[in-house]
Design a protein around this ligand. Structure first.
Ligand code: GDP
Length: 431
């Protein structure tokens, strides 16, 4: 067959041509694998659920290790997110695993805002990644991606229905993260109750429009298993790091007076299903979905909020420069407006203060005048009194001198004169 016969149009002007011999680009997948292995992988899990539902135990059981951490108390004033990162190695593959756990979730009387710290945490990780992407010199290959890839939502094994806290929280998170709901401590519920509980949870999630993560069925190699596993959601799990001898094998299990529950026995719980789906089959899809769906949504909203668009109103390609200029002008305009408002406010305040001070000064002057007048009156009164007292003293002194004079004359003139003296005394006012 001639080469021209084989060549055909693919897409726009793209032709398929035959190769005369081996070129070597069929090793591209191997190159990719080698590169990824040498770079290592990262995976971030968020465990949301009430304190004591077995979040830490399940993580230890899933990764076959004992992660450090103090058990949480029920006395937290609010919900906090505790994040720990660990370096794990299996064969020659390195995994940087981050486990984020909600501390104090469901422990408050008012649970209205319990979802907020979780939403803020997820957004903060998206924001950090976006900031790195927008940098002029970005180092995304060395950047520790902390975006949450999977959210394990722990449901209490009540056997009834979902709590409103669970529904509200899942609803708030479903557009930001891949939610995998799990029934925690499922050894606390009987098999028949569990079947009914799973159906009830699924119907409540559907009726409330909560989007949970669906294992992908578009890849042929995993379509069947993923399809089957989707029907098993929410997984009912049991956690335990205790190893017990069952038969002649050591197995992870929980022992009770009436028997033993084996964690990895599929007849006892869905732990193996969860591990298969989360780690062995869909870890890469979870990472992919986080980047292409949830982060993309965050990024789009954020950039639109900042005024960026793909095309301008005339459907012309959008100019970054123009957007920047427009935003800058808008910002400067607002800044000027604010500055003017503040200036006006300042002038107004100064005027008010000036008037207040003037009023106070006037009052002080009036008070001073009043006091001055009072003081003058008082002084005048005292001066008058002093003058009248001085007059009285002078008059007294005069009378005294006259009396003394009379007395001395009297003693000289003898007793005959007494009558005359008495008369004169009377005239002087002594008798
Ligand atoms: P967290 O506060 O959600 O991290 O809960 P923990 O992992 O600290 O577990 C709290 C308690 O529940 C511990 O005593 C665990 O041994 C116990 N626990 C954990 N998983 C299970 C389980 O699957 N079934 C039962 N019955 N108890 C469990």
């Amino acid at each position: 067959m001639a080469a021209t016969d084989i060549a055909r149009q693919v897409g726009e002007g793209c032709r398929t041509v035959p190769l005369a011999g081996h070129v070597g680009f069929d090793s591209l997948p191997d190159q990719l694998v080698n590169k990824s292995v040498s770079q290592g992988f990262c995976f971030n899990i968020l465990c949301v659920g009430e304190t004591g539902l077995g979040k830490s135990t399940l993580m230890d059981t899933l990764f076959n290790t004992k992660f450090e951490g103090e058990p949480a108390t029920h006395t937290q004033p609010g919900v906090q997110l505790r994040s720990n990162t660990y370096d794990l190695q299996e064969s020659n593959v390195g995994l940087k695993l981050t486990i984020v756990s909600t501390v104090g979730f469901g422990d408050q009387i008012n649970k209205e805002d319990s979802y907020k710290p979780i939403v803020e945490f997820i957004d903060a990780q998206f924001e950090a990644y976006l900031q790195e992407e927008l940098k002029i010199r970005r180092v995304l290959h060395a950047y520790h991606d902390s975006r949450i890839h999977a959210c394990l939502y722990f449901i209490a094994p009540t056997g009834h229905s979902l709590k409103s806290l669970d529904l509200v929280t899942m609803k708030k998170l479903d557009s930001k993260v891949n939610i995998i709901p799990i029934i925690a401590k499922s050894d606390a519920i009987s098999k028949s109750e569990l079947t009914k509980f799973k159906i009830k949870i699924t119907s409540e999630l559907v009726s409330n429009g909560v989007q949970i993560y669906q294992f992908p069925t578009d890849d042929e190699s995993v379509a069947e298993i993923n399809g089957t596993m989707n029907a098993h959601l929410p997984f009912a799990v049991i956690g335990s790091t205790e190893e017990l001898k069952i038969g002649n094998k050591m197995m992870k299990a929980r022992q009770y007076p009436w028997g033993t529950v084996q964690v990895e026995n599929e007849a006892h719980c869905d732990f193996v299903k969860l591990r298969e789906m989360l780690i062995r089959v869909n870890m890469e899809d979870l990472r992919e979905q986080t980047h292409s769906r949830h982060y993309e949504l965050y990024r789009r909203c954020k950039l639109e909020e900042m005024g960026f668009q793909d095309t301008d109103p005339d459907s012309k390609p959008f100019s970054l420069q123009e957007t920047y200029e427009a935003k800058r002008n808008e910002f400067l305009g607002e800044l000027q407006k604010k500055e003017e408002e503040m200036r006006q406010m300042f002038v107004q305040r100064v005027k008010e203060k000036e008037a207040e001070l003037k009023e106070a000064e006037k009052e002080l002057h009036e008070k001073f005048d009043r006091l001055k007048k009072l003081h003058q009156d008082e002084k005048k009164k005292l001066e008058d009194k002093k003058k009248s007292l001085d007059d009285e003293v002078n008059a007294f002194k005069q009378r005294k001198t006259a009396a003394e004079l009379l007395q001395s004359q009297g003693s000289q003139a003898g007793g005959s004169q007494t009558l005359k003296r008495d008369k004169e005394k009377k005239n002087l006012g002594f008798l």
